[in-house]
Each structure stands twice: as structure tokens, then as C-alpha cells.
Design a protein around this ligand. Structure first.
Ligand code: ADP
Ligand code: MG
Length: 335
């Protein structure tokens, strides 16, 4: 196995990811220098992936890179911020060779191009243990406009982007075959698990974005990573309200709908499995038209699936308004 040294790695693989952004100083100095003028409020977050915990050692390196970046982009989307820069901390295990690292960098390059921002720095170390990658992301939003979990108000609608449950079902599919699942559905679910679609453009519309005068559409927002029901409970708690979710209105992909129809116990995974990286948000009813237009304008499915009511916690109701009890209401970080 061949692996170039740390400095060659930075120069040949990581430096091109600055995409000509002069603030990176070509990754040839000790740090990046960012002027702050016009950046508004800076929104900053960090999220990492550990081999054997968040990805499997033989997962395709490009998708590991993409997922590492996208979970961070999803946090920017949840805050309604525009991505400005990324910093990568790479902790490399001895088994990762040049070819692996080239494929990893290619995954990053493609996504940085798609989302139009750059890698401005990072850190490279080696470890005898499992590899890990951590990305720090910087975003920008008009002063005071960042979307919070705490803004939901009585009478607001509850909305979600995309379809729910695909990520958790994708992981389930990777763990063992599901009887009678067509190949195209299998591929769809695995792709949704490996490559989340961060809803950055929609998030920007919901916050009003980086323009100081444009209006915000959502009152509260977060991205679903622990499961719809658990994350809805987070919004409810932060906002001191209760959330009601209507099961018949849940947006499911064809693959997920077929699986649940065959085996209703998989419904628990759809609601509680996590790894959705969709936006869950609240908004007053007078914004319905504007939200549907924002969905159309950003090519994102948006679905009204519940409402904000008095009380505490999040409940999922069936077609008769009766609460559905789940065996496992959410993914916990203890595992
Ligand atoms: P240290 O201070 O830890 O010795 P260096 O001085 O070697 O780090 O880093 C040199 C430059 O390379 C810095 O601009 C740093 O941000 C950049 N860099 C190092 N590792 C990475 C990486 N994995 N991704 C992006 N940039 C990196
Ligand atoms: Mg240094």
C-alpha cells in the first residue's frame, strides 16, 4: 500500500478543494483568514464520522466524504444559513492508501462544487485506531434571522421536507435482506442512507436567507437526525408547546410505503429510526402558499403533516385521531 506524506497530501489532495478561494492562503500557511464584512451572523457547527460507528470500513470512500459534508450542510439548512466554508479534520488509519484518499477527496470535491463553497483548512493526523473525519462548517445568515427550535407558536402548521424513513430503512437493508424488496427500491433506500440530501436552498427560503429585508417563513426549524418523533419532541420542548403529527399525511417514498404495507412493524423505524436529514419546521397558516412556492422553487417536496397544539411532547395520530404508540420512539446517542 502506498500513502504520500502529510505535506504532499495537503498540497496535492486537499489544496485543490479550496477551489481558488484566496482566504485559504493555498493551505500553505498556518490558518485561513476570513474577512467578516457582509457575512451577517456566522453560524458554526461541527460533526464527525468514525469508522465502524458511523460508516463501515468498506463503504465507498466518496460517499463517506459526502455524508460527512452533508450532515454538516443539513445543520446549516436547519438554521436557514448559507454555507461559507468547511474545515476538515482527518484522522487517518494505516489501512487508508492513496487510492482510498483520492476517492474520498473526489467525493468532497463534487459536493463542494454542488453547494458552491470551499474547504479553507483543517488538520491531518494518523492513528493506529479506526479512521475518523470531522468537518467544521461556517455559514452565514442575516443578523437575527437564524431559525431556532424554540419559535413554534400555537396554531402553527407543522411541515416536513422530502420523505421520511428512507435513511433508517436504508440502514436496515444494509444490515440484512428484506424479503420481496425490489432491487430499485433497495438501491433507493441505501442511497438515501448513504447520501442525505441537505435542504440548504429550502432552509434559506424559510429563514429569509442572507438578505436583511426579506421575510422569514418558518417560526421554528430543525433537521431530523434522530427520528421524526424524537426530533418533533425536541421542537415541542424548546418551544413549550405540543406537536401533533398525522400518520396518514406522512410523506413516504414508494419504497418505504411498500415495505410498511407488507410489514407494519417497520413503521417504528420510519418514525423513530433517524438519519433522515429532512427539515421539520413550523409556520403560521397564512404562509402556506409561500411555503408551497418555496418548495417548488427549490425543487423540494414539502408536506404539511401536523400542527402545534397546547401541551407538551409530540404525538402521532392515526386517521381517527387516536395516538399510535411506538415500541422505540427515537434513536439515542448512548449506543
Ligand atoms: P499544524 O499546525 O497542525 O501543524 P499545518 O501547519 O501542518 O497544521 O497545516 C498547514 C495547512 O494545511 C493549514 O492551512 C491547514 O489548515 C491545512 N490543512 C491541514 N490538514 C488539512 C486537511 N485535512 N484539510 C484541509 N486543510 C488542511
Ligand atoms: Mg501550523
Amino acid at each position: 500500500m502506498v500513502r504520500r506524506g502529510e505535506f504532499a497530501l495537503i498540497e496535492t489532495l486537499f489544496a485543490p478543494l479550496t477551489r481558488g478561494d484566496s482566504r485559504a492562503l493555498g493551505l500553505a500557511d498556518d490558518a485561513a483568514v476570513l474577512g467578516t464584512e457582509g457575512l451577517g451572523d456566522l453560524v458554526v457547527s461541527v460533526d464527525g464520522l468514525v469508522s465502524g460507528v458511523h460508516f463501515l470500513p468498506d463503504d465507498p470512500p466518496g460517499t463517506i466524504a459526502a455524508k460527512c459534508l452533508r450532515v454538516n450542510l443539513s445543520d446549516m439548512a436547519a438554521m436557514g444559513a448559507k454555507p461559507v466554508a468547511a474545515f476538515l479534520s482527518a484522522c487517518l488509519s494505516p489501512t487508508l492508501d492513496d487510492r482510498w484518499l483520492e476517492a474520498f477527496t473526489e467525493g468532497l470535491r463534487a459536493d463542494l462544487q454542488t453547494y458552491s463553497f470551499s474547504l479553507l483548512g483543517g488538520d491531518t493526523t494518523s492513528t493506529p485506531g479506526p479512521a475518523s473525519f470531522s468537518i467544521t462548517i461556517l455559514g452565514s445568515v442575516a443578523p437575527g434571522a437564524a431559525l431556532r427550535r424554540s419559535g413554534a407558536r400555537m396554531g402553527d402548521d407543522l411541515w416536513v421536507s422530502g420523505t421520511v424513513g428512507d435513511g433508517a430503512l436504508g440502514l436496515r437493508v444494509l444490515q440484512g435482506p428484506l424479503f420481496g424488496l425490489p432491487e430499485v427500491h433497495r438501491m433507493h433506500l441505501i442511497d438515501r442512507y448513504r447520501k442525505p440530501q441537505p435542504r440548504v436552498a429550502l432552509g434559506l427560503m424559510l429563514s429569509g436567507g442572507t438578505e436583511e429585508k426579506s421575510g422569514r417563513l418558518a417560526t421554528a426549524c430543525m433537521d431530523i437526525s434522530d427520528g421524526l418523533l424524537a426530533d418533533a419532541a425536541h421542537v415541542a420542548k424548546a418551544s413549550d408547546v405540543a406537536l401533533e403529527i398525522w400518520a396518514p399525511d406522512l410523506p413516504l417514498s414508494e419504497a418505504a410505503a411498500d415495505l410498511v404495507a407488507d410489514d407494519p412493524t417497520l413503521f417504528d423505524l420510519v418514525l423513530g429510526g433517524g438519519d433522515d436529514y429532512e427539515l421539520l419546521f413550523t409556520a403560521p397558516p397564512e404562509n402556506r402558499e409561500a411555503i408551497l412556492a418555496a418548495g417548488q422553487g427549490t425543487d423540494t417536496l414539502v408536506t404539511r403533516l401536523g400542527r402545534v397544539v397546547e401541551g407538551a411532547g409530540a404525538r402521532i395520530l392515526d386517521i381517527d385521531g387516536v395516538e399510535i404508540a411506538l415500541a422505540k420512539p427515537g434513536w439515542s446517542h448512548d449506543g
